[in-house]
Design a protein. Structure first.
Lengths: 243, 473
């Protein structure tokens, strides 16, 4: 984002060995970085100043990152990316449930982090799809929990979908029985995997079909519209998530 | 000590309670049988003795009456009396023994002894049993008696005890005593008693044994659960007899210690993971300032290798004690997901469309296993083909490659930790060699298995097949 004020980041990590070089790297990338060594310090900085985005380490002595993250998302609506040393067990669950916008697993590739920062800010700027709490989408017996990113089949089985497929499905569920052309889908779905996605909208649609259609060669739910794009041919209900 | 015979083996109880009960029941049955036989014999002997006494009294009476007989004869009606007396006693000149008679020697001695004690002088005694039909008159009298008494009378005698003595003075005295049938009511009450005693004993023992075996069975279930979950939640309350109580207390203590050790291990591993990954993350950031792009890429690759090994080691250490529950999961979507991940990285991985199979899974673990199998296929076989089928209660995932395979002798060893196929390639391929070990451990965590096999074709081995089997239920 050239010719504007630099994006301001707050980097919260108790480990100076990581925090300092990372702050240095991000500064070189054109960000204005403030550092905090603990959640308490971060809170005191946040009292005077609202950054554009917070990078937050989870494992910190004292108040941990998750608790601060909850505070940030509930009270301040500041976009947050979690830095975590934990791996797969965290997958899709924690960060998204407690309101973080994204997370990276240490040791992350710094460029990847920069790409995520830009992607999260882009989505935040669009005011995009912060999922409404406690709401599930139901269609043809299927259920999608946007918060946990869990898709369950009519038989109640968990169906794995990638994050691109998740956003694609969200786009369809928010516009049922409407024709969505490829550009529109691309626009709605663009996230951190944008570089993967724009290569092949069609490919992603066929992957999604493979997971939710009874016969992916004769799709009934996600239909191809000639010359147009795709359409979800199902009624969508929003239901309250069970506690 | 299990019987070899298949039929007996089927009846043989397997549980402690069953075997104890069977043993005790058999012992009680045997003891009851012996005592029943003894009692029966005693009863028979008592009856026999009573008959002999009856016979003896009649003989003694008869010999004493002999003196008065002269007077008797003069009285009126004496003929009738004589006939009646003849029913009870008969005088003979010769031995009443007939061919085919079986003499009861013990009874004869007893009879002789009683008579001698009564002052009678006899030279020999004969006791035999004869059928009732042998004496039509007596039989007729008994039949009339029975008719008068109706059905409530004593059971009809079926034979006679015939006792005869030869008097020193010459001549034989013979008496007939009807032998009453063995009373079936006595036998029935005896069997009833036996059964009642048997039921009481076995019932009481079943209660006692149950008190012992119930907590034992609960402890066994608890052990099985602990082996599967390895958490000390839901421990048993001590119950049952003191010995069992102490066993349960000791077991709970041991479980607690094991769980504490495992918890400690998890905390330690978490700390190791965190403490190593943070400096690695710092290093990863710092190498961004390296000018030479080629050098920087190599450094990044090295860090990635370290991280991957670290992840594998940490996962392997935790695989036996997963913290997440299993959830019914659509396996074909999950496999497709993994195949697509590799596709997106430009790797030649294919997944043939398959039917939908729902299996209870821990998805993060299973993804890891599949990724490892596919990476392994790509590393040694350049391409990977995945299939998913349903076979005999299992979901079967096969990952095939077109590589050189593995010498048959090394197939098993490949699943052991820190083993890699071709030692010369270690430096290029990296990794700690835990991929397959971890995949197998994850399969086992789900109650399944992982097997490796070479794919044979006309020209010899044409690739490796990794078969991951997961139980459907």
């Amino acid at each position: 984002m050239p010719d504007t004020a630099p994006i301001r980041l707050l980097l919260v990590d108790d480990e100076p060995g990581l925090r300092e070089p990372l702050a240095e790297y991000l500064s070189r990338q054109g960000f204005a970085v403030t550092q905090a060594a603990s959640a308490a310090e971060a809170r005191s900085i946040l009292r005077d100043d609202v950054p554009d985005l917070v990078l937050l380490d989870i494992m910190m002595p004292g108040e941990d990152g998750l608790s601060l993250c909850r505070h940030l998302s509930e009270a301040r609506a500041i976009p947050t990316i979690l830095l975590t040393a934990k791996g797969e067990a965290m997958d899709r669950i924690i960060g998204l449930e407690i309101g973080a916008d994204d997370y990276v697993v240490k040791p992350f590739e710094p460029r990847e982090l920069v790409a995520r920062i830009r992607s999260v800010l882009r989505r935040a700027a669009k005011g995009a799809a912060a999922p409404v709490e406690d709401e599930l989408f139901e269609f043809e017996g299927w259920q999608l929990d946007p918060l946990k990113r869990r898709l369950t089949s009519p038989e109640g089985a968990l169906v794995s979908i990638s994050s691109v497929e998740f956003r694609l499905l969200m786009a369809f569920l928010e516009h049922p029985r409407q024709v969505l052309d490829r550009d529109r889908l691309l626009d709605m779905v663009q996230g951190r995997e944008a570089h993967l996605f724009d290569r092949a909208v069609d490919n992603q649609v066929s992957r999604l079909r493979r997971k939710i259609e009874v016969d992916s060669r004769n799709p009934t739910m996600i239909q191809t519209v000639w010359g147009g794009g795709y359409m979800l041919a199902a009624d969508v209900r929003r239901i309250k998530a069970p506690a | 000590m299990k019987p070899d015979h298949p039929f007996l083996a089927r009846l043989w109880p397997r549980s402690l309670q069953g075997q104890l009960l069977l043993g005790i029941a058999l012992a009680v049955l045997l003891a009851q049988g012996i005592s029943a036989a003894l009692l029966w014999r005693a009863q028979v002997e008592r009856r026999e003795a009573a008959l002999i006494h009856t016979a003896a009294i009649r003989i003694v009476t008869a010999s004493r009456e002999a003196a008065e007989e002269q007077i008797e004869r003069r009285r009126p009606g004496s003929r009738l009396l004589a006939a009646a007396r003849q029913l009870r006693i008969e005088r003979l000149d010769a031995s009443p023994l007939r061919p085919g008679d079986v003499r009861e020697h013990e009874a004869e001695e007893e009879l002789a002894e009683i008579l001698t004690n009564q002052g009678m002088e006899i030279t020999s005694a004969v006791v035999v049993h004869r059928p009732l039909g042998d004496d039509p008159r007596l039989a007729g009298k008994l039949a009339r008696q029975a008719a008068m008494m109706g059905e409530h009378g004593r059971p009809q005698p079926d034979h006679l005890l015939v006792a005869a003595v030869e008097q020193k003075a010459g001549g034989w005295l013979l008496v007939r005593v009807p032998v009453p049938k063995g009373d079936p009511a006595i036998m029935a009450s005896f069997i009833g008693q036996t059964l009642l005693l048997f039921a009481l004993l076995v019932g009481a023992i079943a209660l006692i044994v149950g008190r012992i075996t119930r907590p034992l069975a609960a402890l066994t279930r608890r052990l099985e659960r602990f082996a599967a979950t390895r958490t000390a939640d839901g421990q048993m309350q001590p119950e049952g007899p003191d010995d069992i109580r102490r066993l349960i207390v000791a077991h709970n203590a041991m479980e607690g210690r094991i769980a504490a050790l495992l918890d400690e291990k998890d905390v330690m591993l978490g700390a190791i993971g965190h403490d190593l990954k943070t400096p690695l993350a710092a290093l990863r950031v710092r190498i961004e300032s390296v000018e030479d792009e080629g050098e920087r890429a190599k450094m990044a690759a090295t860090i990635e290798d370290i991280v991957r090994s670290l992840d594998d080691i940490l996962s392997l250490a935790r695989v036996g004690r997963p913290s997440d529950p299993r959830e019914p999961t659509e396996l074909s979507a999950l496999v497709a997901n993994i195949a697509e991940e590799f596709e997106d990285m430009g790797e030649p991985v294919s997944f043939a469309p398959s039917e939908r199979i729902v299996v209870p899974l821990r998805t993060t673990w299973l993804r890891r296993a599949l990724r490892n199998l596919v990476s392994n296929a790509l590393r040694y076989g350049q391409s990977a083909r995945i299939t998913l089928t349903r076979e005999n209660g299992f979901a079967v995932i096969r990952v095939e490659d077109d590589g050189p395979g593995i010498p048959d002798a090394d197939l098993e060893r490949m699943l052991e930790p820190f083993t890699r196929g071709d030692p010369s390639r270690n430096s290029v391929t990296g990794g700690a060699g835990l991929g397959l070990t971890l995949a197998r451990a994850i399969a086992e965590q789900h109650g399944g298995s992982l097997r490796l096999a070479n794919r044979q074709s006309a020209g010899g081995v044409s690739g490796l097949i990794a078969t991951l089997m997961l139980p459907l239920g």
